[in-house]
Design a protein around this ligand. Structure first.
Ligand code: HXC
Length: 514
């Protein structure tokens, strides 16, 4: 027996080994080894490996001689600040973290196990993509992973950190997950700069093509950008603290010293009197929710909208808002994608959705129309109407036209709609509206500017205010801004146990305008 145990111990020591030389290279690149990453992420001694002694079974291209226990990925179950998770972490030092048949098998099994156990999946990705030597077996492996990603979607949260290269088909498993965190040194693309040059003649650097900045601000592929591996792990821990472990649980409650009945008089003067003046909606969010509880998602992408997690009296909620400080808060293609995806995630995982509206409409123009603002904008309508979680909407200022309807209106199933006294709810803003309805009068007026002012005043008094929609029951209450936190908290405590009254018509699934 002792010799058998010695043999086992020798093999075990091989399963998580990264050579000193390889580790030094990674450290020089500002990266950590796979084991260092897992040690930072998981509670001490909590890792239970999946497929510890797995070996690839490829032949040819010298593969018989290139074997290592684990096949380039450490996978298993563990805990993060006491929360149970499933995790896999790719080891770039073994064949560039490339994904072969058995490497993929371990990742697929990890996701499958997470679904069975109802726990989040965390991926630490660092890979050159499909293992070239394994040909179609490698592609099959990716397919198996993608299938598990889709089956896990909306059942358990999936978080992926991109900590190195992520090329080719490797990008699609992260893209099927719920959140992507990229370090500044990482990159993601379908084809690298060399292939881009060869196929379409475009000269572009790795960073410009698929660096973290690009994906966080332009493509929207990345939800978060962090400096390095350590920051990525810290962010994963923070994100997990907001998320339920599965779709049958509520978001975790976190005791707070911030009284839910606190009133904030500053809120009364944040929205400027002049409707043309911008302000930062994040200031309102910061003052309404529990102190420093707002975790913004997609902060650099489509900044004309703001989405993120927050807590109210300790309860986890999702926050969606227009951002008047950017493009006057108008909705466009990217912000429609950002909002609709977030609303759908929040609905899947039982987060009440609190929406703050200040939106002049959808952005006009040929670029938006030709790139499908109709199709993308419809996603917001679909997502809100489809969501069955508690939905509370606060109209801060402008709520015009289709954008009013789309942004969590009563008509799409909001449970409660509140308005600040500054709210203007109408088909369009006063200036545009009077030019249409009083066209003849303005054309024939001696002093059109003076007359226009009178018409704008009339329009505001008779149409663009919160009391007209309130008189029809589309706004439940008009509140003083300082009361918002306490009001929302009281509503939330009632709506927590909301169940949809009307069963929906049976169907396999809807067909969202994706
Ligand atoms: C097999 C790979 C590999 C791969 C890297 N390696 N990528 N082995 N298959 N896909 C190996 C290298 O041979 C090398 O082995 C080691 O990993 C480290 O790679 P280096 O090139 O030395 O490192 P670096 O200079 O840092 O460059 C990393 C890299 C580069 C940018 C990722 O290796 C690269 O471009 N790899 C190919 C990326 C790619 O095109 N992937 C897409 C594959 S197609 P040694 O023996 O020297 O340690 C795909 C489609 C799948 O993924 C579709 C699924 C639906």
């Amino acid at each position: 027996m002792p010799s058998r145990i010695e043999d086992l111990l020798r093999r075990r020591s091989e399963t998580q080994r990264v050579s000193e030389e390889r580790a030094r290279t990674l450290h020089e690149q500002g990266k950590l080894t796979v084991i260092e990453r897992l040690n930072l992420l998981l509670d001490p001694d909590s890792l239970i490996p999946i497929g510890r002694y797995v070996l690839h079974r490829a032949t040819g291209f010298g593969m018989e001689l290139r074997k290592a226990y684990g096949d380039g990925v450490i996978a298993g179950l563990g805990s993060v600040n006491g929360r149970r998770v499933a995790v896999y972490a790719q080891d770039f030092t073994f064949m560039g973290g490339s994904v072969g048949e058995m490497h993929a098998y371990k990742i697929a099994r990890t996701i499958e196990t997470a679904v069975k156990l109802g726990i989040p999946v965390i991926g630490l990705n660092d890979s050159g993509g499909a293992r070239i030597q394994e040909g179609v077996d490698s592609l099959k492996g990716y397919g198996d992973i993608f299938y598990r990603n889709v089956m896990a979607s909306g059942v358990v949260p999936q978080i992926v950190a991109i900590l190195g290269p992520c090329a080719g088909g490797a990008v699609y498993s992260p893209a099927l997950a719920d959140f992507i965190i990229m370090t500044r040194k990482s990159y993601m693309f379908i084809t690298g700069p060399k292939v881009v040059k060869a196929s379409i003649g475009e000269d572009i650097s790795t960073e410009e093509l698929g660096g973290a900045e690009v994906h966080a601000s332009k493509s929207g592929v990345a939800h978060f950008v962090v400096e390095d591996d350590r920051e990525a792990v810290n962010l994963i821990k923070k994100l997990i603290s907001y998320l339920p472990s599965n779709n049958a649980e509520d978001p975790p409650f976190l005791e707070t010293k911030d009284s839910p009945y606190r009133e904030d008089p500053t809120l009364d003067s944040i929205v400027p009197e002049d409707p043309a003046k911008p302000y930062d909606v994040r200031e309102i969010i910061g003052r309404v929710f529990d102190y420093e509880s707002f975790l913004e998602v997609h902060a650099n992408f489509a900044q004309n909208a703001v989405v993120g997690f927050a807590r109210l009296g300790g309860h986890g909620v999702c926050v969606v808002a227009n951002q008047p400080a950017v493009m006057a808060g108008s909705l466009d293609i990217d912000s429609s994608d950002k909002i609709s995806r977030f609303v759908t995630f929040c609905d899947s995982f039982n987060f009440p959705i609190i929406t703050f509206v200040d939106v002049p409409g959808f952005l006009p123009g040929s670029f938006q129309e030709h790139h499908g603002v109709i199709r993308h904008g419809a996603k917001i309508i679909y997502a809100y109407a489809d969501a069955t979680v508690p939905k509370i909407t606060v109209i801060l200022r402008k709520a015009y036209g289709g954008a009013y309807i789309a942004m969590g209106s009563k008509h799409l199933g909001a449970d409660f709609v509140l308005a600040w006294p500054t709210a203007e709810i109408a088909v369009m803003g006063p200036e545009g509206a009077i030019e249409i309805i009083y066209k003849k009068e303005l054309e024939s007026a001696e002093n059109p500017e003076e007359l226009a002012k009178t018409f704008v005043e009339k329009y505001r008094n008779e149409i663009a205010n919160p009391y007209v929609p309130a008189s029809r029951g589309y706004v439940d209450d008009v509140i003083i801004p300082r009361e918002t936190r306490a009001y929302l908290y009281k509503l939330l405590t009632f709506l927590m146990d909301k169940r949809e009254k009307q069963p929906r018509p049976p169907r396999k699934h809807g067909v969202p305008p994706v």
